[in-house]
Ligand binder design. Structure first.
Ligand code: PLP
Length: 427
């Protein structure tokens, strides 16, 4: 088994003359064949992180549901489905993707705060494993839709354990004043409410306390609270079949000490070994984050005051994390050409926030290639067409092969759904 990428640059190989490689493929040849900007993933790195994740948890025989929003490319979902993954979805669109990719709805959990009636119908028709319900109003809605369809909806409540995961406020979700989940204090009452609804079938308890969490103690605290809830429910005569601990385990982007899977697994095993409830998990970033990079070409260099900019052909619309979360991504020059200088790596989008990386010591020349690392999760999936920029191509590397898994968008598809109304008066 290949060792797990624990540092972003572990994805890379190659020497100074050949330039950087992913597996046995030179990034320069990927750029020449598929153009830039381009997302590049390593199949063996995805398999390694999947194996690392699942092997340590094997004593608990969990159902691992990959969080589709981290990377919804059909080829990635198909690869994970073949590895045995289930899926965590947050929209009807993601359910349709899972099905299109050959994933199984019966191994899919449906999370998200705003499920519409049509999404609930679609999920019931498809036979999803469980709805992770995030409010009392949603319980009532699922009950009524299931009643209309003459079926019973499998449900868990997403509970807010009110633990502080010490992560970026935009990705902390387990606090009391969060739009996600139901308050810890109301959970038992809501489960009793659900137990009186004939078209609901209570399956589990669920939480997801945030993302990019690099301390282990919040996971233990959250699980302790869930187990306490399970006991309270048992006393009320409400049996629980599964415990869903969500996702959120962090990775190394820069110098964070990402938790080892062995240590994370121990927290779960210590608390769950020998219990009857089934374990579910919803990892996203941990599986795919360090298995992908964004390849970009330098268009220009320029200086402005004391600043030196490398203007590249990737931008905030392709990789939103730096602009949205001030996230740090490691950047490497694909070929050593001499002449290291400190650069800000900026995209062409008309926003001052369109800086992909600041103050990096790099060998940058017009036309040279840069690899923006740790871009496998929440990279392509958060991309947009802002500034009428087609979204990048995506390529999956498998040993010596580079396979196109998404065409670069073409301009005409960007406005194919737009309509110029027939004009009634002259302009
Ligand atoms: C985003 C999300 C996940 C995945 O989070 P990661 O930090 O990528 O592991 C899991 N569950 C839910 C409900 C989510 O919204």
């Amino acid at each position: 088994m290949k060792t797990l990428p624990i540092h972003p640059s572990d994805l890379l190989s190659g020497n100074d003359t050949q330039g950087l490689h992913v597996e046995h493929v030179a990034l320069e040849s990927v750029a020449n064949e598929f153009g830039t900007p381009c997302y590049v993933y390593s199949q063996s790195a995805i398999e390694a992180s999947w194996n690392d994740f699942t092997s340590h948890l094997a004593p608990l025989s969990p159902m691992v549901c990959f969080a589709v929003k981290a990377n919804p490319n059909l080829a990635i979902l198909n690869l994970l489905a073949r590895l045995g993954s289930g899926f965590d979805i947050v929209s009807g669109g993601e359910l349709a993707r899972v099905i299109a990719a050959g994933g199984s709805p019966s191994k899919t959990v449906f999370s998200g705060v705003g499920k519409s009636v049509s999404e609930i119908e679609f999920a019931l028709h498809s036979g999803v494993f469980c709805f992770n319900v995030e409010s009392e109003a949603e319980l009532d809605r699922i009950h009524s839709v299931a009643g209309r369809l003459g079926t019973k909806a499998p449900i868990s409540l997403r509970v807010n354990p009110d633990v502080n995961a010490h992560t970026h406020p935009y990705i902390a979700t387990g606090l009391k004043e969060s739009k996600f989940g139901v308050a810890w204090e109301n959970a038992v009452m809501l489960y009793e409410h659900a137990s009186r609804m004939s078209n609901l079938s209570i399956q589990g308890v669920d939480c997801h306390i945030g993302s990019q969490i690099t301390e282990l103690s919040p996971f233990g605290e959250a699980l302790d609270r869930l187990l306490n809830l399970v006991e309270q429910l048992k006393e009320k005569g409400i049996p629980i079949e599964h415990i869903d601990v969500g996702g959120g385990i962090g990775i190394c982007y820069r110098d964070e000490i990402a938790p080892l899977m062995a240590d994370y697994a121990k927290i779960l095993i210590d608390r769950l070994k020998g219990r009857s409830e089934h374990l579910l998990l919803e990892p996203g970033r941990r599986i795919i984050g360090n298995a992908g990079l964004l390849l970009t070409r330098v268009e220009y260099t320029k200086t402005a005051g004391d600043k030196r900019f490398a203007l590249v052909d990737a931008a905030m619309n392709d990789l939103m994390r730096p602009a949205l979360y001030e996230a740090w991504h490691e950047v490497r020059a694909v070929k050593k050409q001499g002449g290291e200088q400190v650069f800000d790596i900026a995209g062409p989008v008309c926003e001052s926030g369109d800086i992909l990386a600041r103050d990096r010591l790099l060998e940058v020349h017009e036309g040279s290639l840069l690899a923006i690392l740790s871009a496998g999760a929440y990279g392509s999936s958060m991309s947009s067409n802002y500034n009428t920029r087609p979204r990048p191509a995506e390529v999956l590397i498998q040993g010596t092969r580079a396979m196109l898994i998404r065409n670069r968008e073409t301009l005409s598809t960007l406005w194919k759904d737009e309509i110029i109304p027939a004009h009634s008066a002259s302009i």
